[in-house]
Structure formats: C-alpha cells, structure tokens
Design a protein around this ligand. Sequence first.
Ligand code: 5GP
Length: 113
Amino acid sequence: MEEKSIFEMILNKEIDSEIIYEDDEIFAIHDINPVAPIHVLIIPKKKIKTINDLTQDDAVLIGKLVLTAKNIAKSLRIDESGYRLLWNTNKDAMQTVFHIHLHLIGGTMLKEI
Ligand code: 5GP
C-alpha cells in the first residue's frame, strides 16, 4: 500500500495537530512553519498528489476548498485586510507534501510576487 501523507496521518490522529475546520471532504490546520501571522492549510481528505493530478471530477471539490478558505479568512478577520491563496506544484514551486493543500496566508502586509 502507498505511504500515507503527513496530512492523512494528521487526519487519522497519528500526528498531533489541531484541526481548526472539518467537514465530510475537507479539513484545515495551522501550518507548523508559518510564513506569516496567519498561515492555514486547507486540505481535501481525498489524497490527490499534485494539482497536475486533478480531473474534471475534482472541480466541485476544488471550488469547496476555495470557499472554505474564504470562510476561514473571514472567521480569522483577515477578509478585509487581505490574504493570499496559493498552491505549490512540484519542485520549482518547492512542494514538499504530495497531498494537495491550499495555503491561506495573511495577517500582515505580504511581499509583492
Ligand atoms: P508545500 O511546501 O508542500 O506547499 O507545503 C507543505 C506545508 O506543510 C509546509 O508549509 C509545512 O510547513 C507544512 N507542514 C509539514 N508538516 C507539517 C505538520 O506535521 N503539521 C503541520 N501543521 N504542517 C506541516
């Protein structure tokens, strides 16, 4: 059987991490190594390795991940000040966990990209 991702281990409570949001398909945690005062990872329970592996069947799921990020941004009160959503894919983007996750980053003025 394929090795579990760190995020699957967190979901299965094999690794400790506070789950700040959970529904049938999605969960969210604070990043262990935050790059800003707010750095949340929004993660599908279904393991999809990279954005390259998405199919048409995942379209609704991806929409739900973005809507969840929007709701978490509001609940953390950074919706008006602003935030960044990003996906890293493969080595040039320095993806380190091969189970897709949406980064929600904010709580400070971010550097221009
Ligand atoms: P990537 O570089 O793949 O886009 O992002 C993976 C993220 O997962 C990194 O920002 C990293 O800090 C975070 N991360 C890795 N291991 C853990 C962990 O065990 N717990 C939490 N909360 N975050 C993790």
